[in-house]
Design a protein around this ligand. Sequence first.
Ligand SMILES: Nc1ncnc2c1ncn2[C@@H]1O[C@H](COP(=O)(O)OP(=O)(O)OP(=O)(O)O)[C@@H](O)[C@H]1O
Length: 392
Amino acid sequence: MIVTHLNLGDYRNYAAADVPMHPGANLFVGRNGQGKTNLVEALGYLSTLGSHRVSSDQALIRAGADSAVIRARLRHDERDLLAEVQINRSSPNRAQVNRSQIKPRELPRYFSSVLFAPEDLGIVRGDPSARRRFIDQLIVLRSPRMAGVLGDYDRVLRQRNTLLKSARSTGLKESQLTTLEIWDDKLVALGSEIIVVRAALVAALGAPVASAYSAVVGEDHRPTLAPVLSIGGVDAEDPDDGVRGEHTVRPAAVIPTTAAEAAGLFRAALASRRRSELDRGLTLVGPHRDDVAFGLNGLPVKGYASHGESWSFALALKLGAAQLLRAESSLGDPVLILDDVFAELDQGRRSRLAAAIAGFEQVLITAAVLDDVPDTLTAHTVHIRAGEVVDE
Ligand SMILES: Nc1ncnc2c1ncn2[C@@H]1O[C@H](COP(=O)(O)OP(=O)(O)OP(=O)(O)O)[C@@H](O)[C@H]1O
């Protein structure tokens, strides 16, 4: 799949932008703070419904405006499609495909992109939530229907926590026990599906991430990924009662392969934690506490790997994700977006990265310095200055 045209209205520092795009590499160059990342961030939003830089949509709307529009003309298998989203400051966002309204969360059915940016270092070095976000975004791109399952799980979790909190202050009454059992059933049904899908994804990512890592780094450093499931044996032994410290981040002892197996484990874990959950007023086990353990040469990445190794690992995660999607998606290749990547790499890694991405249908690259980008990627170069696309 490729983007043939991007149109922005009141998005970040763009009052309006019209950018034709080409198959293969498209390079956006400009000094710091001109709007290069904003441009590619907008395309990332269209497939993940979020920005890699902020958790709320508010910052995406141009200062002083009420709404932002991202509109992209997409081409796949000779067919054109117009996808757009309107991000509103004070009303729900709206989305359209070919001018017909759809739910915003349906957009990943139509557009698939994988974005790598310096912030992705947080996936390997940051909190478990960053790893869950990475995994879940990929899950939705692989199977857009999962957006609903993940959203429903969060909703049920919030409602269950509200009930646990109120039971904590008053003691669990008969009627609350019945309601808790209903929430347990919903949590287990949704959660067990998430657990199995996440574990399968982590297993599927292992090989493409390892080959992306050696393609860029040029050596066989054996990166590994393993799911850490909070329903498995990990948290059950945890004296902190499910509050995960660094020492508990290790691969799950049991990795369920079916939803029924995951449901059995999840339900048993909930039962064994009921007392603690009522004491704390909080759901202590479940996919909202899952993690992924990343390893390099037999050591954990977090806390052990160098800056360069962590950075290359994060890049390999995204390249591996893109590789996985291109192998199985009905949308063709995801649009690969590399934001500010080349400045971080030495000459050898720049050339190797250029070779590794050469086969993708479309790659969008941002750089502050043109000379940082290998010549093979500069055929379509667009200059950006102060929120405007300029011809030079
Ligand atoms: N909601 C907004 N309204 C107006 N301007 C905004 C908004 N959000 C961000 N900006 C402006 O956008 C600019 C940053 O753009 P962007 O992050 O795309 O820079 P960049 O060209 O990628 O720079 P760098 O090379 O430093 O990464 C900043 O000047 C910032 O003030």
